[in-house]
Ligand binder design. Structure first.
Ligand code: SAM
Length: 269
């Protein structure tokens, strides 16, 4: 999977994505990313200016349409060449349009499901805004998805783009050593992950729950599910409600679930 990031600060993207799991995935050729400097496409040859005042007044500068559009066109050209595809609107072999994500506080809030959807793309383009944001006209022209990382405002789009690229990359087959782990992690099944423990068996007087040392995999799985449910109920009631609607307990399971929860509470106290 290839990530193309339009940015005024390419070094942030390059440094941020080159280490640890993503760095290794890049070395293995599982993912690739290029940070393209929007400034290189400025029509202002002298100062490479990319921003200007906002019509109608107001504080701050706005990123101009032309450098972003030309930067995008260069990326699109490169992708078309790589894929031998003439029609930009149908850049994917399957006839899907190339997706261009503008990271913005005005977008839909990013989540694991969106990440899984983006992970199906062969190429994904990100536009990182700065200053007051971006001239609306170029957004209308090139953007397919408006995505936010939360209801707060950052100084620029580089961190949000990296957050999304990291999350999406983990879902690309082979990037994680154990593909299963993405499934059992928080949000994989609509719940938060259960608590986990490593050696030693006792630390600061706290013992690892006995069930995890039992070797009984069925019981361990049951315990983990109960713990996941409890944790989600406590910390993310919104997710819990949704999960309960999608997974209504059968009458006998309901009883068992209540009993297990009470046992777990006792064991952990
Ligand atoms: N004036 C814009 C507004 O009120 O919506 C905010 C501009 S912000 C200072 C500059 C850039 O940072 C944005 O263009 C966007 O790319 C990025 N950004 C800031 N907060 C973000 C968030 N929560 N999610 C995604 N991108 C964000």
């Amino acid at each position: 999977m290839n990530f193309h990031v339009m940015t005024l600060f390419p070094e942030m993207i390059e440094q941020g994505l080159s280490t640890s799991i993503l760095g290794r995935a890049k070395d293995k050729g599982l993912i690739d990313f290029e940070a393209v400097n929007i400034r290189d496409y400025s029509a202002d040859e002298k100062h490479h200016k990319v921003d200007d005042y906002t019509y109608g007044g107001g504080a701050g500068m706005l990123m101009q349409a032309q450098p972003i559009y030309d930067c995008y066109k260069a990326i699109e050209e490169k992708i078309k060449k790589n894929r031998n595809c003439e029609d930009a609107a149908k850049i994917d072999a399957g006839g899907k349009r190339l997706r261009v994500v503008y990271v913005t506080p005005q977008g839909a809030v990013f989540n694991q499901q969106m990440a899984a959807d983006f992970a199906k793309e062969e190429d994904l383009v990100f536009l990182c805004g700065h200053y007051e944001g971006v001239d609306e006209r170029v957004l209308e022209e090139i953007v397919t998805d408006y995505v936010s990382i939360g209801d707060y405002v950052l100084t620029g789009g580089e961190l949000p783009a990296m957050v999304m690229i990291d999350t999406i990359s983990r879902l690309v087959p082979g990037v994680l050593n154990n593909d299963e782990s993405a499934m059992t992690e928080s949000f994989g099944n609509g719940l938060l992950e259960y608590p986990q423990y490593s050696r030693p068996e006792e630390w600061m007087g706290k013992r690892v729950p006995a069930i995890l040392l039992s070797g009984d995999h069925k019981k361990v799985d049951e315990w983990r599910l109960e713990q996941s449910i409890e944790r989600t109920k406590e910390r993310r009631p919104d997710l819990y409600e949704k999960w309960m609607i999608e997974n209504p307990p059968k009458p006998e399971k309901k009883k068992r679930r209540r009993k297990k929860t009470a046992e777990n509470k006792e064991e952990n106290s």
